[in-house]
Ligand binder design. Structure first.
Ligand code: SI3
Length: 289
């Protein structure tokens, strides 16, 4: 379960329906070109919070069918509707996903006891292992070291996807829980997290920049920091341009330049205007081989 996991994008058609052919092509690009170690399915980058339960299931099925046992698969099943989270957790466990993950419950200001109950309830109903998805900037939910420790008391919780720029907390978690898996979630901070001895990373830009992400992670593990830093620099030039142009839309347009039918984003995400589509093509030309 260690290594570079792409936070998989999904191809949608203009009406917002899953484009199966395009989704399979995105998967293949990640496996055959980027050669990542695994896929994180139906996370933020998969526009999970914009789609129906049936669409989530459809995506989980297509991805598993395309991947088989080639790489590890983590299914993000978190939902404010806990019945949906349990239903999806059972669904992907039957499909033989290697692990489940769930975003911390958001929107309502849940207290920690409620958050803990959410994870334990999902896990009581499923025979699988869980990776907590912590992304405070989007959920507003921050947890401290002691709270992570309390969640980790459940042995089925095997790790955390840590998407926060708090390297003090990251180091403390690493030190306190050497046996739990820590995945970094900010691609632009991959090297900084890697030197703290994380187990892997999960990111959206790996859909187009997976090879460089693998190099950064592997160089850092080998102590080849200067080489890793050079690649992180190019990576961050790329990420800065992607963020300025529109994150998910730009990654999709870049994938299209590689012959991948990456489709559109779901509303309310906007469709890029022609000038930004052109800019995405220029970014692809500059950074993709
Ligand atoms: O769940 C997911 O799709 C992710 O793994 C999200 C991941 O942490 C990304 N965060 C968001 C909000 O998209 C990052 O990969 C992020 O896009 C990247 O670091 C650029 O800021």
């Amino acid at each position: 379960m260690k290594g570079i996991f792409t936070a998989l994008m999904c191809s949608f058609d203009e009406k917002g329906q899953v484009n199966e052919k395009g989704l399979r092509e995105i998967v293949r690009h990640n496996l055959d070109v980027s050669k990542v170690d695994g896929l994180y399915v139906n996370g933020s980058s998969g526009e999970n919070f914009l789609i129906s339960t049936e669409q989530k299931k459809q995506i989980f099925e297509i991805v598993k069918d395309e991947v088989g046992d080639q790489v590890k698969l983590i299914a993000q099943v978190g939902s404010l509707n806990i019945d949906e989270a349990v239903e999806l957790a059972q669904f992907v466990t039957d499909l033989k996903y290697d692990a489940i993950s769930a975003v911390t419950p958001f929107y309502y200001k849940f207290d920690f006891a409620e958050i803990k109950d959410y994870y334990n309830t999902i896990l009581e109903n499923v025979d699988n292992q869980m990776i907590i998805y912590s992304i405070p900037a989007l959920t507003g939910v921050s947890m401290d070291l002691q709270q992570f420790g309390e969640l980790f008391e459940n042995e089925k919780i095997i790790g955390v996807k840590f998407t926060a720029p708090d390297f003090f907390l990251l180091e403390r978690i690493r030190h306190a829980f050497p046996d739990k898996l820590i995945y970094s979630g900010f691609d632009e901070m991959l090297l900084s997290a890697s030197v703290l001895n994380i187990d892997g990373a999960i990111g959206s830009t790996f859909n187009v920049n997976g090879q460089r992400a693998k190099q950064i992670f592997e160089f850092a593990q080998d102590g080849r920091i200067e080489e890793a830093r050079e690649i992180q620099k190019v990576t961050n030039d790329l990420i800065a341009e992607i963020l300025e142009n529109g994150l998910y839309q730009t990654i999709k347009e870049m994938l299209k330049t590689q012959g991948v039918d990456a489709g559109f984003c779901r509303k309310p995400m906007k469709t890029l205007q022609e000038d930004k589509v052109l800019k995405a093509k220029l970014i692809a030309e500059k950074y993709l081989k």
